[in-house]
Design a protein around this ligand. Structure first.
Ligand code: GLV
Ligand code: MN
Ligand code: MN
Length: 430
């Protein structure tokens, strides 16, 4: 790169800003792939990992990466990393990124914002001929949501060496029984680059919507994320006896649907007992054969437990296990469990957290330190490099809902904080 950088009048790049209209246009264009419309004008996405729509979304983002002249690599689990070289190739890169897969009834900002804001940072650097000592990388990681292939954050987990790539490729989809590795090949994203990564970033920063109500409620623009709570996902299979709904006396039933209801009630009661920091969700209940006049033979259901305190989470898991054994004995059913995901709480890097907070304040934004309730790729990257996250408000606190929305001004604020944090870590050549 031979172009001289443009330096602001004060000798720094503090005046540099992203172009929010360009970022919003890309969010809309990506959101059009797998779009779902609601009855009141709200719209979101169904772009489950490694489906045809995920492929179309990936192709679009990769085209944008190419158009920006970035060097693109695809690894063995389908993570895509685009690199803008730095002046000193011996230095570790600064990486930003997130995911572009969504849950089946997702919003168009969750994940997509972090990836496209990263592209916006790359374009801003290019437009102003900024020369940086370190390379800048924008990544999107495979299957962050875990809605089709558990666990969540699967691509970034493999990226940092937390799961062997072979195990990840053998993961089977909850809904359609597809094998992850086959789907990756099918959509053309089984890349040649080995995973885990051989390159340790100098720093990782993820911009993401909050996905909860706190920032909006308190009228704050930027969430300075200190860490992510622990996550425990369990799949429960309850097998009973299929029988006639009219003729089978209640005392002789072995009814998995009743048991599923009891589990859901237990989970809610448990969160009440544990208090505010414990959340618990029964998100999936599949009943077989699912007919009005048949006592079901089988239920497959999931329990999602989260807590910022890992010892409390361990206790919640153990109470659930005890409850399931007692339920199996009292109802005459067989209950088996499988752990789909288990991640301990993560603390981000103190210096990176301070940098995010100081940068947001320098740009004139109100800030608040907070923990993340949702899982994020950043919690995996935190295993290998100094990491932090920037949150922007979610209207009505909604996410994993097609009505998920973030105001343009908040997107602009978050992306400019991302730009300035990245500039700090990249070392700009003045
Ligand atoms: C994943 O993003 C989760 O928090 O469930
Ligand atoms: Mn997300
Ligand atoms: Mn999500």
């Amino acid at each position: 790169m031979s172009v001289e950088p443009k330096v602001a009048a004060n000798g720094s790049h503090e005046a540099l800003r992203i172009d929010v209209d360009r970022l919003l246009a890309r969010l809309d264009e990506l959101g059009a792939i797998g779009r779902i419309d609601g009855p009141n004008g709200e719209w979101g996405n169904a772009r489950l990992a490694l489906t045809d729509d995920d492929r179309l979304g990936r192709d679009l983002v990769v085209t944008w990466m190419r158009d920006l002249g970035l060097d693109i690599t695809i690894d063995a689990i389908g993570n895509v990393v685009a690199t803008r070289p730095g002046a000193d190739p011996t230095l570790a890169p600064v990486m930003v990124g997130s995911h572009i897969d969504t849950v089946g009834t997702g919003g168009r900002f969750d994940g997509n914002l972090g990836v496209l804001a990263g592209l916006e940072v790359a374009e801003t650097l290019a437009q102003h001929d900024i020369v940086t000592e370190r390379a800048f990388q924008v990544a999107f990681f495979t299957d962050e949501e875990g809605a089709r292939f558990a666990p969540d954050m699967l691509g970034s987990l493999v990226y940092v060496g937390g799961m062997p790539v072979e195990t990840a490729l053998d993961t089977i989809a909850a809904d359609d029984g597809a094998r992850l590795g086959d789907e990756l090949e099918r959509i053309g994203y089984a890349g040649p680059v080995p995973c885990p990564t051989a390159i340790t970033p100098h720093a990782f920063v993820e911009l993401h919507i909050e996905q909860g109500p706190v920032l909006e409620d308190e009228g704050i623009t930027i969430g300075v994320v200190e860490g992510v709570q622990g996550i425990s996902w369990t799949e429960i299979v309850i097998v009973g006896q299929s029988a006639h709904a009219g003729t089978t006396p209640m005392r002789l039933r072995r009814d998995p649907a009743y048991c599923a209801g009891a589990v859901a009630t237990f989970v809610r009661d448990l969160t009440r007992r544990f208090g505010h920091d414990q959340v618990g969700t029964v998100g999936r209940i599949d009943v077989y054969p699912n007919l009005v006049n048949v006592v079901p033979s089988r239920v497959v259901m999931t329990v999602d437990l989260r807590n910022t305190d890992d010892s409390a989470l361990v206790q919640a898991e153990s109470l659930l296990e005890t409850f399931l054994s007692e339920l199996a004995a009292s109802e005459g059913v067989e209950i088996s469990t499988r752990r789909l995901a288990r991640f301990e709480p993560v603390d981000f890097d103190p210096a990176m957290i301070d940098l995010v907070g100081a940068t947001a304040e320098r740009l004139g934004h109100s800030t608040r330190r907070m923990s993340s309730g949702a899982g994020h790729d950043a919690q995996m990257l935190a295993r290998i490099c100094p990491t932090a996250m920037i949150f922007t408000p979610s209207v009505n606190g909604l996410s994993h809902n097609i009505a998920e929305f973030t105001e343009a001004a908040d997107i602009e604020a978050g992306a400019n904080v991302l730009l300035q944090v990245v500039l700090d870590r990249l070392s700009v050549r003045a």
